[in-house]
Design a protein around this ligand. Structure first.
Ligand code: ADP
Length: 418
């Protein structure tokens, strides 16, 4: 058979090594996918099916080999099964079908792995049952992940399917960091504790940051600030997570695009007594708070534009966002004792020089400083933005959750299939 090469040519007939991994990220109304060649980590194709279940579902598929080509389909995609089938058709049209012997495994992002899953696992019936048992603590995420797994299993029953958990990296948190100070029996009965999320990103970025410093992960203590639409911080000591800002759910911690982050829980009782339902409060805190609640926009570019025009609400939202970040940097410096690097990642962290500057300014006492010129240079590469003389490095490291999922998946099954 012929195999498209990373350079875009067509290779002559070869014995096919099973060196590809399909990464699937199934959300409540969307499926994102990427097909990677693990011999050199190139992406062969990427795609997204969104608005699943609506009349105007949209599939965007991009083939990245053979010159690159994007196709788009708009029209009803009834459910996740239909979405995955449509994605599989697009991949097949590019000669990258799921029936290819080059496909070694499918790696699934699974949001909640509870305490049980500290590492990626090959999915069997028992694993799937455990992911289902975790639905009460991840009602928005795990059901969609389960549908994605079942559908992929139906498409390729013979292929290893691997679950990579958002929570896994945080399972090393000590008990005193993971427990809420509430009645222990109640907490245990409902599995209430701090699990943390974005773990794949925190793992990848903390490792890359060590590389940037020319050290091993075991040698460094880093604070990772994952600032996307969702946002979380983590304190990573010698490669192990010891604290993270998200908790039982992704609502806790930093100010986010639409989530409040930390809030006095009594606010919820207050709103309930004022007549709001639990679901309404849930929507308020998860979807209508954070930057969007404070100023109507959750895109940092738009917020900066408004600030430049003198908009006071946007300026206050920015200040609240940055103030919370500073509190976490300070707290995590105390948790770690010694900090080697503070690392910014994800959409805001990688791209917003003003956020990075504002978050670090004033923290000279912690050994932190930003070099204005280095900070201003846009780049897609891992880089230092602190002055040479700074005691603690400040860095920007682009995250790559899909690559990390693929690497972890391939590490688990690659050998067996080569
Ligand atoms: P998620 O994966 O959580 O949806 P991302 O990591 O893609 O989020 O981050 C999305 C956010 O990144 C946007 O809402 C926007 O605020 C911010 N962002 C993206 N590009 C830029 C940019 N060039 N400058 C400032 N902020 C940006």
């Amino acid at each position: 058979m012929t195999t498209p090469t990373a350079e875009g040519g067509t290779a002559s007939p070869v014995t096919v090594a099973a060196n590809r991994v399909l990464v699937l990220n199934s959300g409540s109304s969307s499926v994102k996918y990427q097909l990677l060649d693990m011999s050199d980590h190139t992406r062969l194709a990427v795609g997204l099916v969104e608005r699943i279940g609506e009349e105007t579902s949209r599939l965007v598929h991009t083939r990245l080999v053979g010159g690159g080509l994007t196709r788009e389909r708009i029209g009803p995609v009834a459910d996740h099964e239909a979405a995955l089938k449509a994605a599989a058709e697009e991949l097949a049209a590019d000669g990258l079908g799921l029936d290819s012997p080059a496909l070694a495994a499918i790696g699934h992002r699974v949001v909640h792995g509870g305490l049980r899953f500290t590492e990626p696992v090959v999915i069997d019936d028992e694993v799937l049952e455990e992911i289902e048992r975790l639905v009460p603590v991840a009602p928005l995420h795990n059901p969609a992940n389960i549908v994605g797994i079942r559908t992929a299993q139906a498409l390729r029953p013979d292929l290893p399917q691997v679950a990579v958990f958002d929570t896994a990296f945080h399972t090393t948190m000590p008990e005193y960091a993971a427990r809420y100070a509430i009645d222990v029996e109640t907490a245990d009965a409902h599995r209430i504790r701090r699990y943390g999320f974005h773990g794949t990103s925190h793992a990848y970025v903390s490792r890359k940051a060590a590389e940037l410093l020319g050290r091993t992960p075991e040698e460094v203590n880093v604070i990772v600030l994952h600032l996307g639409n969702g946002a979380s911080a983590s304190a990573v000591a010698g490669g192990r997570c010891v604290e993270t800002s998200m908790g039982l759910t992704p609502l806790e911690g930093l100010v986010m695009g639409t989530r409040s982050g930390d809030i006095d829980p009594a606010v919820t009782f207050h709103l309930e007594r004022a007549g709001m339902s639990t679901d309404e409060i849930d929507v308020l805190l998860n979807k209508k708070s954070g930057l969007v609640g404070l100023c109507g926009d959750n895109d940092m570019r738009e917020i900066r534009r408004r600030i430049d025009e003198g908009d006071e609400r946007a300026a206050l939202a920015f200040d609240i966002y940055v103030h919370r970040l500073k509190k976490y940097i300070g707290a995590y410096s105390a948790v770690l004792g010694r900090v080697d690097a503070v690392v910014f990642t994800a959409g805001v962290g990688e791209n917003s020089a003003p956020v990075r500057e504002a978050a670090i300014t004033g923290l000279e006492g912690l050994g932190l400083a930003v070099d204005a010129e280095l900070n201003a240079v846009p780049s897609g590469a891992p880089r230092l933005i602190s002055p040479d003389c700074a005691r603690v490095a400040v860095a920007v490291v682009p995250t790559d959750e899909e690559l990390e999922i693929a690497v972890q998946t391939f590490a688990l099954v690659g050998q067996a299939h080569n």
